[in-house]
Ligand binder design. Structure first.
Ligand code: ATP
Length: 373
């Protein structure tokens, strides 16, 4: 018979943190399921580290409760919680070799025969060959993997990672993102990862919580957040979005028809987080890579049923796989519209009149009453 192991669940219920009159984390409810890779993503100062530290027991919450599995740990000190934390500053012991750094947690618990566990752990992080080196003889990425091995050997139910790749250069960072994901999949324990890097969160995490000013603004899978952002903050934080001001006209089946300038745009109702009553203001969003560009002279060739707006190319830059365009569109004078195109139409140069068109299914709708970041 299968029993469900939930010992690695993290459950935050109404958890908050204030410093005097300042609220770093507003009451927050969050559940991280056992075995998932969860990212807290947000700009500097949004409260992600404070949230992580409250899970670790390094910060006392001002209100709310923390559960790890079925156990309430809100007021337990860090060492009594089944968690380990990996910090950006790897905090390895400089005088101990890699083997002893990893063995440290076991030895401290009085375990005498540590060899097999340490060797297995070093193999897991692919550092078997480096066991007798000192930390300063390793690269940043290797030191980071030692820090992960040293935490994992304590068999925590949850591994907390606080910007662990922040000190690495971009190439190594990308490698380590994949490496951490591999390790997490292999050991199958819950990882909660704090980062301000949207690409990092999207690459590694099953679920991402986007934080803004002490609140979780949206929670979802990377694809869901990218394709269906609920707020302008999330839309802009996760990549480039084009936002067009429009007004609800009618409904047609599962779609909403909107007026934008003199034209119409169609949006699936399910992808609209704004009120959809006639006359309501909606910010219509579409990602640059979903837009096709057609020179105005060929507008007649654009298939029926696509959303379309007109504009003039303001700027273009070749970025290898595609060309990126900035386009002035009368329908959205407040915004620059970005399009990314793989066509090599030589007429698509600054000054050219173009039609931008896309599949209505790739359109999302945001509440225009929100602040635009
Ligand atoms: P970063 O990526 O820069 O670490 P963060 O999103 O992790 O940012 P936190 O470290 O959680 O942000 O801090 C959230 C807010 O709480 C910040 O405005 C910070 O200045 C404030 N803060 C954190 N610790 C304290 C403290 N001990 N006393 C007062 N304010 C604090």
């Amino acid at each position: 018979m299968n029993t469900t192991d939930n010992s690695g669940d993290v459950r935050l219920s109404g958890i908050s943190k204030t410093y005097g009159a300042f609220t770093a984390v507003h009451p927050l409810d969050l559940t991280v399921p056992q075995g998932s890779f969860f990212a807290l993503l947000g700009a500097s100062g949004c409260g992600k580290t404070t949230t992580l530290r409250m899970i670790a027991g390094l910060e006392e919450p001002s209100g709310g409760t923390v559960f790890l599995g079925d156990q309430e740990v809100t007021h337990l000190p860090p060492y009594k919680r089944p968690v380990n934390t990996v910090f950006q500053s790897y905090a390895l012991f400089p005088h101990l070799d890699i083997f002893e750094n990893v063995a440290f947690g076991l030895r401290r618990r009085g375990i005498k025969s540590v060899k097999k566990q340490v060797v297995d752990m070093l193999d897991l992080v692919q550092l078997g060959e480096q066991a007798r080196k000192k930390p300063h003889q390793l690269s940043g990425g290797q030191q980071q993997r030692v820090a992960v091995a040293r935490a994992l050997i304590n068999t925590p139910k949850v591994l907390l990672l606080d910007e662990p790749l922040g000190a690495l250069d971009l190439k190594l960072r990308r490698q380590m993102q994949l490496e951490l994901k591999r390790i997490q999949t292999e050991v199958g324990i819950t990882f909660v990862h704090v980062t301000h890097d949207q690409e990092e969160a999207m690459t590694m995490a099953d679920t991402v919580a986007v934080m803004n000013a002490g609140r979780v603004e949206q929670l979802g899978s990377p694809t869901d957040l990218y394709e269906n952002p609920n707020t302008t903050f999330v839309a802009n934080f996760l990549g480039t979005s084009n936002l067009i001001e429009a007004e609800v006209d009618t409904k047609s089946g599962d779609d909403i028809v909107l007026k934008a300038g003199g034209g119409k745009l169609v949006l699936p109702e399910a992808r609209c987080s704004a009120p959809t009553t006639t006359g309501g203001k909606v910010l219509v969003g579409v990602r640059p890579e979903k837009i096709s560009l057609t020179h105005a002279d060929d507008a007649g060739e654009i298939p029926e049923g696509r959303n379309r707006i007109t504009g003039k190319i303001a700027d273009s830059s070749f970025i290898g796989v595609s060309t990126q365009y900035v386009i002035d569109c009368p329908v959205c004078p407040e915004f620059e519209v970005y399009a990314q195109n793989i066509d090599r139409d030589a007429r698509l140069v600054p000054g050219a009149e173009v039609v931008l068109h896309w599949n209505p299914a790739h359109t999302f709708g945001l509440d225009a009453a929100q602040d635009i970041d």
